[in-house]
Design a protein around this ligand. Structure first.
Ligand code: HEM
Length: 325
């Protein structure tokens, strides 16, 4: 056998091996199953972000956004918005002082009846760069027969998958929000947005609270008050609307558009408008699936695999909870 043939065979065999050793692609239902193992089965509620509160209000685009972008959401006047503030995870009884992300979903209804959804977190990055590593981290966190998570196993997984570290580090370094109204909410993924010159801008964005960013103190966390966020929001709304600026950042060539575990460096921004929350505590969001891939004309999704995984996973959760499962 020639040397060349031998080395080609070696390469082919090794390639076969490494393909086998690769993690199998994560499936949407894998997440629903692992959430049930982590948080228990809770019928009729969201399998992620199980605890939350609905709110209603509107959105007014800025003149700068209307001038720059060719996007239905930014060219219309004020549109109505249904919101949901939430706690991450599938436990509907998780305490409000938990060191986990908070979420904000918003569904905009445009003048022609079309919908635009966003679903954001209070962390600037996500917990993994792709669905496989997120699933691996969740699986490593499932408690053993003694009912306790195996911390060494979780640590080993994080060490082997560095993309699962930045979100945990951010959560360790920043206190949980004092109120749903005093947190920044990040879109995290990269999106593309058509501008009036026919180009597509590569963007990320976050919502900046006009009430300012304020976290719980260590003493407040120690009080272990399990349910204050809904009431604090309701109380705050008696003084008038809660507002957030929608801040868009413009990515540069080297900024990843597929890795939600990496934060972009500081980039030029544009204030695209004001989200306003006027009342909370009704049932307006119960039957909404805040699938972030439902977008109005002008916006498009990046190839971020985590963003792609969200639609099918949310659809399964939505179907289950609407049918009482
Ligand atoms: C593979 C990654 C992810 C999976 C499998 C996942 C899964 C889920 C599921 C099953 C739900 C419940 C949906 C429903 O019943 O309506 C949910 C809700 C939510 N997720 Fe995710 N998620 C992922 C990534 C993300 C990311 C990257 C963000 C933020 C950028 C996010 C933010 C939210 C929010 C805010 C909600 C609550 C929406 C509401 O209030 O209805 N998720 N997630």
């Amino acid at each position: 056998m020639s040397k060349f043939l031998l080395s080609s065979l070696t390469v082919a065999v090794l390639a076969g091996f490494s393909a086998q050793a690769q993690t199998a692609p994560a499936q949407p239902n894998d997440f629903i199953q692992v959430f049930a193992k982590l948080f228990g089965e809770h019928q009729g509620v969201r399998k992620g972000h199980a605890k939350g509160v609905c709110a209603v209000g509107d959105f007014t685009p800025s003149a700068a956004a209307a001038a720059r972008f060719d996007a239905a959401l930014f060219s219309s006047a004020t549109v109505p918005v249904t919101y949901r503030f939430s706690m991450a995870g599938g436990n509907p009884n998780v305490p409000d002082y938990a060191r986990s992300p908070r979420g904000l979903g918003a569904q905009f209804t445009l003048a022609d009846g079309s919908k635009h959804n966003i679903a954001t977190l209070t962390t600037p990055v996500f917990g993994a760069k792709n669905p496989e590593n997120f699933l691996g981290l969740l699986k490593a966190s499932v408690p053993g027969v003694d009912g306790k998570p195996d911390l060494a196993k979780i640590q080993a997984f994080r060490a082997a998958h560095p993309d699962t570290q930045p979100q945990a580090q951010w959560l360790a370094a920043n206190p949980p929000p004092w109120s749903y109204a005093t947190a920044e909410y990040f879109g995290i993924h990269t999106f593309y947005l058509a501008d009036k010159s026919g180009e597509k801008a590569k963007i990320r964005w976050h919502l900046q609270p006009k009430d300012g960013v304020k976290g719980l103190t260590e003493a407040e966390i120690a009080q272990q008050n399990a349910n204050f966020l809904d009431e604090r929001l309701k109380q705050r709304l008696t003084d008038g609307a809660v507002e957030f600026d929608w801040i868009i950042s413009f990515g540069e060539a080297n900024d990843s558009d597929i890795d939600p575990s990496q934060q972009w460096p500081e980039r030029p921004t544009l204030n695209a408008g004001t989200l306003r929350i006027k009342a909370s505590g009704d049932a307006s969001c119960s039957n909404i699936n805040f699938d972030p891939n439902v977008m109005s004309r002008g916006f498009s999704a990046s190839a971020d695999p985590v963003l792609r995984m969200r639609s099918p996973a949310y659809a399964i959760s939505f179907g289950k909870r609407l049918s009482g499962q």
